[in-house]
Design a protein around this ligand. Structure first.
Ligand code: C2O
Ligand code: CU
Length: 472
């Protein structure tokens, strides 16, 4: 016999339970899993023993915040308390949820004031690797440590030996281990954004990750960096990408042998640990060619190898809507502004015209429109779409900088890059657009509401590369 926790907590005696249980069971309301999270200040060690601690802002006092694990198709409730001295919200990045739960201050909810809390409730439709972060004063709140992974588990577990998370954060620390100030520096905002000097994996500058020969690992890589782009090479290994941004794709090796993730992007990899017992293999980040560094070592323990597996598993498909490309509406969005290419070089792209177009301290624009900050009431819409229609968006990057463009509340397929069709047409929620590149994405506007579409280099977002798409 199953005794629900609710009945026990209710304090009914044994006799009462025996008579009421059979009836209660048949009309049981679905049990909602509840989690509590609090944003507050905290002190953590990012750089390792013997190095100074760092004052951060964190969920539940840890960096990253707790790894939230929920089940696909099961309702969840998050009660978020704010113990900071300023307003906050939580955005559940990548989840296809109701607009009112999206966490954009002004646009979808009132900010959570200091001392107050807010209840978020939704049922995640898709299994996969997602994350959560504030959408208020984002540059500072995310940059000071407010972020965590949200893993939606498949209904049937995927067959691997280990499910591993690498949550990447990038910090700018001074010699005493303090987070450097100067968030929102204009010069940086017009270039690559705030790139730090210290990269952590799961909240620590990593030493080595120990692995067993022959084991199969599902590695969930999440980039919660403000601005840094990473390009990971796994020496001596052949990782297979099985999902981007939580959405399964045809298994394939990373393009050019390197996994490139811009801010907010994720990938699930299957890695068969084919190295030799007792040996170490480097994982290198060489996205910025002259700044290549070793992120971490994969260190094999001395145990004998287990038998290798054959085919990498394919993740079960998520219930994504069918695109109707033949009937799609088409729009083009130009990404504009910023300084000219090259560190320390030149003035604004487009000269005086951009200056005239963007008032109010904006550095960036989308189709000549600049929305700054984190979200506001009464934001004008860049586009209005009818519910249910397929939309093909061409993102034309007229700038000299990289932009990871993120659409809230939807996943989209990447259709083409610079006019060349993408063979795998992967689903994503954030697409990294190269300088001067044109990228076509397509999605079904099936989720009504006002949805943010912005660059996830947080400096760029806050300095104007932000917009709203309305779905009626
Ligand atoms: Cu993680 Cu508006 O984004
Ligand atoms: Cu950008």
């Amino acid at each position: 016999m199953r005794v629900s926790r609710r009945a026990l907590v209710g304090g009914a005696g044994a006799a009462g339970l025996a008579t009421s249980l059979p009836f209660r069971h048949s009309i049981a309301e679905p049990e909602i899993k509840e989690y509590r999270l609090a944003a507050s200040t905290a002190t953590v060690n990012l750089t390792g023993d013997g190095h100074p601690d760092t004052a951060v802002w964190a969920y539940d006092g840890t960096v990253p915040g707790p790894e939230l694990r929920v089940r696909q198709g099961e309702p969840v409730r998050f009660v978020v308390g704010n113990k900071l001295d300023e307003d906050t919200t939580v955005h559940w990045h990548g989840l296809r949820l109701p607009n009112a739960m999206d966490g954009v201050p002004g646009l979808t909810q009132k900010p959570i004031r200091p001392g107050e809390s807010c209840v978020y409730e939704f049922t995640p439709p898709d299994a996969g690797t997602f994350w959560y972060h504030p959408h208020a004063d984002t540059l500072q709140q995310l940059g000071r440590g407010l972020a965590g992974a949200l893993i939606v588990e498949e209904r049937e577990p995927v067959e691997v030996d280990r499910d591993l998370l690498w949550f990447i954060e990038d910090w700018r620390l001074d010699d005493e281990g303090r987070i450097a100030g100067g968030f929102g520096n204009r010069m940086e905002a017009g270039m690559s954004g705030r790139i730090g000097n210290t990269v952590t994996l799961n909240g620590r500058v990593p030493e080595a990750v120990s692995v067993n020969a022959g084991e199969r690992v599902r590695l969930r890589v999440v980039s919660a960096a403000l601005a840094r782009i990473v390009g990971l090479r796994f020496e001596g290994h052949k990782p297979v990408v099985v999902a981007y941004d939580g959405q399964p794709c045809d298994p394939h090796p990373p393009e050019g042998g390197r996994l490139v993730l811009g801010p907010a992007m994720r990938a699930d990899l299957i890695i068969d640990m084919a190295g030799k017992s007792g040996q170490s293999y480097r994982v290198i980040d060489d996205f910025y060619e002259d700044l290549a560094y070793k992120l971490v070592d994969l260190a094999y323990d001395g145990k004998p190898a287990r038998d290798p597996r054959c085919e990498p598993p394919r993740l079960p498909a998520n219930p994504l809507p069918e695109l109707d490309l033949a009937a799609a509406v088409r729009h083009e969005i130009a990404l504009q502004g910023g300084m000219m290419g090259g560190m320390g070089g030149g003035g604004m792209a487009g000269g005086g015209m951009m200056g005239g177009m963007m008032g109010g301290g904006a550095t960036w624009a989308m189709n000549g429109m600049s929305m700054t900050g984190d979200g506001q009431p009464d934001m004008p819409h860049l586009l209005t779409l009818k519910r249910g229609e397929t939309c093909v968006l061409t993102l034309r990057n007229e700038t000299a900088w990289w932009h990871p463009m993120h659409l809230h509340g939807h996943s989209f397929r990447v259709i083409s890059r610079n006019g060349k069709a993408r063979p795998i047409r992967e689903w994503r929620d954030t697409v990294l657009v190269q300088p001067r590149e044109s990228v076509e994405i397509a999605f079904v506007a099936d989720n009504p509401g006002d949805w943010m579409f912005h660059c996830h280099v947080t400096d760029h977002q806050e300095a104007g590369m932000m917009s709203v798409i309305r779905i009626t």
